[in-house]
Design a protein around this ligand. Structure first.
Ligand SMILES: [Zn+2]
Length: 334
């Protein structure tokens, strides 16, 4: 039922979107044994720390600008085939440096992939540069400086991902100041592994328009009120949350309660094949496992587009595609 709906997502990590088939092909290309992280049933990991290790191993299979163009193009084609009109891809140019490719070539590969996908399917996409929290504040600040300096037309946001339990948000606030001054949209992973305090810290110290996950805000009523008042959008990734055991099952997932509390939310896939999911499946789950109506789901797509880090012309075009009334809660009869 959700297959035909137009879709959008604003929280997906590029290397985390590599399908096992593509990872296998890359491993073959470079003669790397990945049997330890990729089994018959997909990627192999047991907890958040192992997931990060597995993620890095998959990332290490992409080594040239062409590899990154291929990865980006392949993922966006998959999204477009599921009627997705907009995607924000979280990338780490830092990774380009670490593997000796260089941040510029890494970014050039990703943007080539975006252009190619747009040409073949019309899907619109933007790049969010992310700092990896577990590499420490200096590296995150360097990532922000790079994003600011790049002045790349497709780089429109800055994020911080990685191990949420490492350090406090205050240690990383400077990175976000640099990104804000450069005119980049701000979002930050919080309220996933850590509780409501991490979302409060993010709101106070980073002042982002969006929070990656933020689902554990449900633990604090005052925080829900604050999020609703600010209009902060939570980039919710239900399949990821269940896979990482942030919540035991879809019945106990707080997406509906967050929405009911007036918090703006949207659907995202995070690292889809690592969590045996896809954006299409997240939409299907919203309908089948969480009982959202088609109009409510369109409302979440609308929220994603309203919160997207794009110029207003592009936003207008995307919203027009979705349809003037689709999921517009203001248009609903009282
Ligand atoms: Zn994420």
């Amino acid at each position: 039922m959700t297959a035909d709906l137009l879709k959008a997502e604003i929280h997906c990590h590029l290397e985390g979107a590599a399908r096992p088939e593509l990872a296998r092909a890359q491993a073959e290309k470079y003669g790397i044994d990945i049997s330890g992280i990729l089994g018959d049933r997909g990627y192999v990991w047991r907890d958040f720390s192992e997931f990060l290790v597995c993620y890095d191993a998959v990332a290490s299979l992409f080594r040239t600008a062409d590899d990154y163009a291929l990865l980006t193009r392949t993922y966006l084609a998959e999204l477009a085939a599921a009627n997705t009109i907009y995607s924000e891809i979280i990338v780490s140019p830092d990774h380009g440096d670490r593997i000796g490719l260089g941040a510029d070539a890494y970014l050039a590969g990703v943007s080539d992939g975006i252009e190619a996908a747009r040409e073949s399917s019309g899907i619109e996409a933007r790049i969010i540069v992310t700092g990896e929290r577990h590499f420490g504040p200096e590296r995150v600040i360097a990532a922000a400086e790079y994003a600011a300096r790049a002045r790349h037309p497709l780089v429109t946001g800055f994020n911080m991902a990685g191990e949420e339990r490492m350090g406090r948000v205050a240690d990383y606030a400077r990175a976000f100041d640099i990104a804000r001054e450069a005119g980049l949209g701000l979002t930050i992973h919080a309220g996933e592994v850590c509780g409501a305090f991490s979302v409060w810290d993010a709101l106070d110290l980073v002042r982002p328009s969006r929070i990656g996950h933020g689902v554990r805000s449900i633990e604090d009523r005052a925080l829900l009120e604050r999020l609703a008042e600010l209009g902060t959008v939570l980039e919710v990734c239900p399949g990821s949350n269940i896979a990482l055991k942030v919540f035991p099952d879809f019945d106990s997932h707080p997406l509906r309660a967050l929405k009911a509390a007036g918090v703006r939310v949207c659907l995202n896939s995070d690292d889809p094949p690592f969590f045996r999911t896809s954006l299409a499946r997240e939409y299907a789950l919203a309908s089948e496992a969480m009982d959202f109506t088609q109009d409510e789901i369109n409302g979440m797509t609308r929220t994603a587009l309203e919160a997207a880090f794009v110029d207003e012309d592009t936003r207008g075009r995307l919203l027009a595609k979705l349809g003037p009334e689709a999921g517009d809660e203001r248009a609903e009869p009282a």
